[in-house]
Design a protein around this ligand. Structure first.
Ligand SMILES: Nc1ncnc2c1ncn2[C@@H]1O[C@H](COP(=O)(O)OP(=O)(O)O)[C@@H](O)[C@H]1O
Ligand SMILES: O=P(O)(O)OC[C@H]1O[C@](O)(COP(=O)(O)O)[C@@H](O)[C@@H]1O
Length: 331
């Protein structure tokens, strides 16, 4: 009987459980053994494993997080760590390894592939949507939905007080969340990696203050979506600059990890299920060294090399639409 191993790694993303469920059920259907490793690559290094058939996988479907737990694992950045992970795979006579995670996790999978010659398959699991080879990553839809609902509430109070609000969203170093959430919430300004560089901070503050002045004569509130890890000094520093130079009482909110958790959207559950099933099919079809994603409605395979080495650009149409048509009245 073929033995398949699976683990979830890096930042957890909603609907990782849906992918685990699909993989476990598909393995059962095809009479394959399915072994889960806990805590990302740590569980592979320390041999913390579970027979996936023994987990109550169905009841996990509607929950965020991951029943296999997730973690970042420093040991994987050394050759010894990678070798230890490979030893565990050999010890259990694993035939194929599926890793659900972001670009770091897929780099880890590539490192394993260099020392372990059996099949490796990646699934795109990150809220950031920063992986080439799939239109959407598993978890992105839920993160955008959660952030949109939270910001809609902030907008209510911003409207009531005719107040400027800065909301910082996640995304690590990409603006997929910032632009999708910013456009969905009708933000007056989006500050993200695609339209801002750190040396433009003073120019940006002046530009925003002018736009706020114009906005005051239409409807009162002014919403700024800020990508994390971008503004020098963070959202607090932006707030202080606006308040000082514009004599404002703007407020700031960092949405943080609420974007990573919660019940996954049906879109995320179904994407995770489809990709989970496809990963087991790929193993049965002797595929190797690939990530499985979905582009334009079709399940696609991309080499790990191409996923890792080709940055996924944000649709420039989205960036331009926001800066031109959707905020023309603020110019
Ligand atoms: N270059 C690398 N070589 C080996 N393992 C890596 C490498 N980069 C990341 N990893 C492993 O993948 C884990 C998750 O990566 P990280 O970048 O934190 O999250 P994500 O996979 O969500 O992008 C890391 O903690 C580490 O164990
Ligand atoms: O929870 P941590 O370890 O502070 O990491 C925060 C980072 O994780 C994320 O939520 C998800 O990123 P990854 O999927 O690449 O791990 C990022 O948006 C954020 O920058």
């Amino acid at each position: 009987m073929k033995k398949i191993a699976v683990l979830t790694s890096g930042g957890d993303s909603p609907a990782m459980n849906a992918a685990l469920r699909a993989i476990t059920l598909s393995c059962g259907y095809h009479q394959l053994q399915c072994v889960g490793f806990y805590h990302g690559y740590n569980g592979l290094i320390d041999d913390q494993h579970v027979d996936m058939q023994n987990l109550n996988i169905n009841s996990a479907l509607q929950h965020g997080g991951t029943i296999l737990k997730s973690a970042r694992c420093h040991s994987m950045l050394s050759n010894e760590g990678v070798m230890q992970a490979c030893n565990t795979l050999r010890k259990h006579d694993i035939d194929a390894l599926i890793v659900i995670g972001g670009d770091g996790s897929l780099k880890g999978l590539q490192a394993i592939k260099q020392h372990w010659k059996r099949q490796v398959i990646g699934l795109p699991g990150t809220i950031d949507n920063d992986l080439n080879g799939t239109d959407n990553t598993i978890g992105f839809s839920t993160a955008v939905t959660t952030a949109t609902h939270a910001i809609d509430k902030i907008r209510d109070t911003a409207n009531a007080f005719e107040r400027v609000f800065i909301v910082e969203v996640m995304g690590r170093h990409s603006g997929h969340i910032a632009f999708n959430v910013g456009i969905a919430t009708g933000a007056e300004a989006i500050i993200s990696f695609e339209n801002f560089s750190k040396d433009q901070a003073n120019i940006k503050v002046n530009e925003i203050l002018k736009a706020i002045e114009k906005q005051a004569s239409t409807h009162g509130s002014f919403l700024i979506i800020l990508a994390e890890n971008l503004w020098p000094g963070g959202a607090q520093a932006l707030k202080e600059s606006l308040n000082k130079q514009g004599q404002l009482n703007s407020a700031m909110c960092i949405l943080g990890h609420i974007q990573r958790g919660g019940s996954p959207t049906p879109e995320d559950r179904n994407l995770a299920t489809e990709l989970g099933l496809a990963s087991v099919d790929a193993i049965l079809n002797s595929k190797d060294n690939i990530m499985i994603g979905k582009c334009s409605g079709t399940v696609v395979e991309t080499t790990l090399n191409d996923v890792i080495n080709t940055p996924k650009q944000l649709n420039t149409g989205w960036v331009n639409a926001h800066q031109e048509q959707l905020t023309y009245y603020l110019k």
